[in-house]
Design a protein around this ligand. Structure first.
Ligand code: 5AD
Ligand code: SF4
Length: 454
């Protein structure tokens, strides 16, 4: 099959086929794209610099908010011209967005120049679809959600440019938060074996990656369904024991599964960074219940108290949704209050976006968009002050960090354990750890200097 398709592709384009992958959305998609790339390289593909230079064009899409989908449709529309000029080019679309039947139907009906719709829950089927497209001359639009896999059979090929390695440990989500499309498009939770994870982890270390991020929609329910006696805290401990000079990060954690054992493991593991992304979503118990989040505001804050008691230098970031259907002004203000109390280092805040097919899409929502936008801005303003306070407190302190690039003549950018970045005086080899002293906080940025001989 490999030789057959590789031969067909080469004949079709008269050269080693050039591959361009456009990735939307979250880190999970970035990781999936690295597997699509690894797989297509097995079939002789080489990387193209952009769509116009590409023979095989892959879009890996996102469905989490409507805005993301609009962008994808816009960009698919732009391929029309390209396909008119080069009909032999192959356009393949995968990712969360096309895992919705209505979207797949729209593409089938209205975007005839899309040749393949594939399933990122089963990446290894893509080459076969391309083969059928070429041999049978028929568009390949697969049925949505036909089979979920761990994608172990698609070899990963990281880009080598980014200094952070994304390593998926589990796929899917069983939580069904009422606003969220993810459980419908990514299917049920399934975990990779610790052996497969450790093997890939060791490969990352051997390749020189020093910042390795474990990925999953809900990393702390890792291990569900595996025969072995393993859970996320145990996995952290196991990877922390791998020899080498690197740091471990992970995303995303659900508060309802964030156990004391998790924070104890962070405290004990010196290679695990002092940062946790722990989305709270909102600060009203009524809305949290309507979101199906399974915790209260006080429980969440209690979790942070425990976390900080065992990891005092922990930096917590969060996601917030403003304008969930039926959210009142008072409930919104409870969220603002939570922002003041939680001491988040940063938040990613979003206006609620209606996702057809989710329970929240059926809930009455009478707050005008403009009002929601104003609330979002006001909330972000409060967070900016909290962030500023935290960063100002860093002035005068020394931290270990990874040099991730240059910031012009004699200056470096250093990423700290907090996941924040410092623009530091001094040069240092990129992808090497250094010590930096924070000296200033200006225009929402940290400044400092690299300490030689630390
Ligand atoms: N509308 C707005 N934000 C959403 N998120 C997920 N679904 C929606 C939606 N329908 C946000 C949540 C989640 C983050 C990845 O995206 O805050 O944590
Ligand atoms: Fe969506 Fe909730 Fe699952 Fe996160 S935990 S992916 S917000 S359903």
């Amino acid at each position: 099959m490999i030789e057959r398709l590789a031969g067909l592709l080469k004949d079709r384009f008269g050269r080693a086929p050039r591959l361009y992958i456009r990735t939307y959305g979250c880190q999970q998609n970035v990781a999936d794209s690295q597997r699509i790339r690894g797989l297509m390289h097995l079939y002789g593909c080489e990387d193209a610099s952009d769509e116009n230079d590409a023979d095989v064009i892959v879009f890996n899409t996102c469905a989490v908010r409507e805005h993301a989908e609009d962008r994808v449709f816009g960009n698919i529309g732009n391929l029309k011209n390209l396909k008119r000029q080069r009909p032999e080019a192959i356009v393949a679309i995968g990712g969360c967005m096309v895992q919705q039947q209505t979207v797949a139907d729209t593409i089938r009906a209205s975007y005839p120049y899309v040749d393949v719709v594939f399933n990122t829950n089963r990446i290894s089927a893509l080459p076969e679809q391309i083969l059928d497209l070429i041999e049978k001359g028929k568009r390949q639009i697969v049925p949505v959600c036909d089979r979920y896999t761990l994608n172990e059979d698609a070899p990963v090929l990281r880009d080598g440019e980014s200094l952070r390695a994304f390593l998926p440990i589990m796929y899917g989500c069983d939580n069904f938060c009422t606003y969220c499309i993810v459980p419908y498009v990514r299917g049920r939770e399934r975990s990779r074996t610790p052996e497969a994870i450790e093997k890939e982890f060791r490969e990352c270390v051997a390749q020189g990656y020093k910042d390795i991020m474990l990925l999953g929609q809900n990393v702390n329910s890792y291990g569900k369904g595996l025969e072995e006696d393993i859970d996320f805290p145990k996995l952290l401990r196991r990877l922390n024991a791998v020899e080498g000079d690197f740091v471990i990060r992970f995303m995303t954690s659900h508060p309802k599964n964030a156990t004391k054992e998790l924070f104890d493991a962070i405290a004990d593991c010196e290679k695990v960074e002092r940062h946790i992304h722990l989305p709270v979503q909102c600060g009203s118990d009524r809305v949290l219940k309507a979101m199906n989040r399974h915790y209260t505001v006080e429980e969440y804050l209690g979790l942070l108290d425990y976390a900080r008691s065992v990891v005092p230098d922990l930096y917590v970031t969060s996601d917030i949704i403003v304008g969930f259907p039926g959210e009142t002004l008072e409930e919104y203000e409870e969220t603002v209050d939570l922002i003041r109390r939680a001491g988040f280092y940063a938040i990613f805040s979003f206006i609620y976006s209606r996702r057809p097919g989710t329970p929240a899409a059926e809930m009455p929502d009478d707050t005008p968009h403009g009002v929601k936008a104003d609330r979002l801005n006001a909330l972000n303003e409060v967070q900016r002050l909290v962030t500023a306070e935290i960063e100002e407190r860093q002035i005068g302190h020394r931290y270990r960090g990874l040099c991730i690039g240059s910031a012009g003549e004699g200056k470096s950018v250093v990423r700290l354990s907090s996941n924040g970045e410092v623009t530091a005086d001094g040069t240092w080899p990129v992808n090497e750890f250094c010590t930096v002293e924070v000296t200033d906080y200006k225009n929402r940025r940290l400044f400092g200097r690299i300490i030689e001989n630390a």
